[in-house]
Ligand binder design. Structure first.
Ligand SMILES: O=C(O)CCC(=O)C(=O)O
Length: 281
């Protein structure tokens, strides 16, 4: 992945970013074949204007299998949430699955983030979601305002500090949120009636909304985002989104990875990614 001047973004590192060299030692890099076709000028523009861009068939079957292999056993992690013995979400994956960050680089998801940002980017959070017949959940309309960070700081605009399973979370100021992008990697096909994500196009441009403002958004305003396995839905965390239970539930697995290009501000730092090659906090 080269810039116009011929230099390679992947050669650059950030304190939080997987080191490309050591990632190679862990396994051959497996960049997506279709990456250059997927992240187009149009998709970058859609992400800015609509708050989302569907990138079809970015990660091939081998890449998906690598992610699934990495996630084997994740249901036993402390970040896992179960309903009737079925796991429906696992948080904290960047820290609890040491090879995941490298895997995301190797399969080309990191390249997608770099292309969308136009500069080196690194993951700051990864969450697995599944809907299935035993855990067929819904989530009401919301924006993703709260992210994990390294440690608590006194910093203006950072509110609602909390801790979940030993990880510090904070509600970020809008100035930080606007510079994040989430990549939702679809690990299964997700049809319209399989509990697909529904979004309010361009709602990220309204900034942080009150709960009452989100509740007032009419159901018809939401647009469903069906996807196939290997598709990546890029979205801004401020985009209002919701999802319904599946009508005919089968597994609907998604890996939701949030990317940034720099630490938030005022001494607040992202929690360093775990792994043999990476800084840890
Ligand atoms: O995957 C979904 O349906 C919704 C997940 C969610 O609530 C989120 O990403 O904030």
């Amino acid at each position: 992945m080269t810039r116009q001047d011929g230099t390679d973004w992947r050669a650059e590192t950030h304190p939080s970013a997987p080191d490309a060299g050591i990632c190679k030692l862990l396994g051959a890099r497996h960049p997506s074949k279709r990456l250059n076709d997927s992240v187009t000028t149009a998709s970058k523009s859609n992400l800015q204007l609509d708050g989302l861009a569907m990138l079809p068939q970015v990660i091939d079957a081998d890449g998906i299998q690598r992610v699934l292999d990495c996630l084997k056993g994740a249901e036993a992690l402390s970040g896992a949430r179960q309903r009737t013995s079925q796991t429906y979400a696992v948080r904290h994956l960047l820290w609890d699955v040491p090879n995941l960050a490298c895997c995301l680089t190797q399969i080309g998801l990191g390249d997608v983030a770099c292309e969308l940002f136009g500069q080196p980017a690194f993951p700051i959070s990864a969450t697995f979601f599944d809907k299935n017949p035993d855990a067929n959940w819904l989530v009401p309309g919301h924006q993703d305002l709260v992210m994990p960070v390294a440690e608590r700081q006194t910093a203006e605009g950072f509110t609602g500090w909390s801790e979940k399973s030993g990880v510090t979370y904070v509600e970020l100021p809008e100035s930080v949120l606007v510079n994040l992008v989430a990549l939702r990697l679809h690990l299964d096909d997700c049809s319209l009636d399989n509990g697909a994500l529904a979004v309010v196009r361009a709602s990220h441009l309204r900034g942080k909304l009150r709960d009452t403002e989100i509740a007032a958004i009419a159901r018809e305003t939401y647009q469903l985002c069906p996807a196939n396995v290997g598709d990546v839905l890029a979205m801004k965390p401020l985009l209002v989104h919701r999802s319904s239970p599946a009508v005919a539930p089968s597994h609907r697995r998604v890996l939701h990875v949030v990317y940034a290009v720099e630490d938030p501000a005022q001494g607040v730092r992202w929690k360093r990614t775990a792994g043999p090659n990476l800084h840890t906090s």
